[in-house]
Design a protein around this ligand. Sequence first.
Ligand code: DGL
Length: 272
Amino acid sequence: MDNRPIGIFDSGLGGLTVVKEVTKQLPNEEIIYFGDTARFPYGPRNTSEIRGFVFEIIDYLLYNNVKFIVIACNSASAAALEMAQQYYDIPIIGVIEPGARAAVQATRCRRVGVIGTQATISSGSYPGAIKSIDAGVKVNPLACPDLADFVERNELTGPRVEKAVKWYLEPLMRAGIDSLILGCTHYPLLSETISSVVGKDIKLISSAEETAHELKEFLTRKDSLREDELTPAFKLVSSGDENTFRKLGAKFLGQQIESVERVSLPLKERVE
Ligand code: DGL
């Protein structure tokens, strides 16, 4: 038994899609979520800059006494998961391996598309993860540089986002895929628009559910589930504007957000 909270973070609000799944599968757990909205987006940034942010956020979460960390951001997982796992003693998981596993299980024709930020796609992390599970699966990765921006400004449907989705996904639809990994934690909010463009025959894969499942297994096997009588809760922390976070975050989370704590950057000053 371990009653400490779980730390989950993203470059912005997208990771709340993972929080939503975690609260479904692990309703008794307490969660601290950090959204780095002041430095959003991570996608166009280089690996060493993203690594710096990730280490800073992990130090902040550890200072808040978390027992487990989920990097609920594909760009951050691609740039820093391996290094963070080597550096820290605490267990850390990302969202890429769970998404890759779900896609391998879903595809029938063994041809999978992946969309994500520039940082995620140029890292080659998804093809690597998929091929380590089934080397025979063909992977078509595609960077969609400004797609997460539509989500972060709450433009989830309408002609502009539809036009952008169509423009990006055209080559993937010609490639004969039957499964498409939403390789950015912001994209599940665009599912309706993406589905209307790619059609019902292409299955959309979000890693949120699979990541929550992996977290549950980990905590169960390590005998680290929370077992006290306290009302479970989540604490939401943002490096940017609290009001925007509260309003838009409710869509990601699927429920009202009462309060958001704003912390100023650099986080380093808050852990010393
Ligand atoms: N949520 C981030 C991810 O999963 C994407 C947004 C960004 O560019 O920071 O990659």
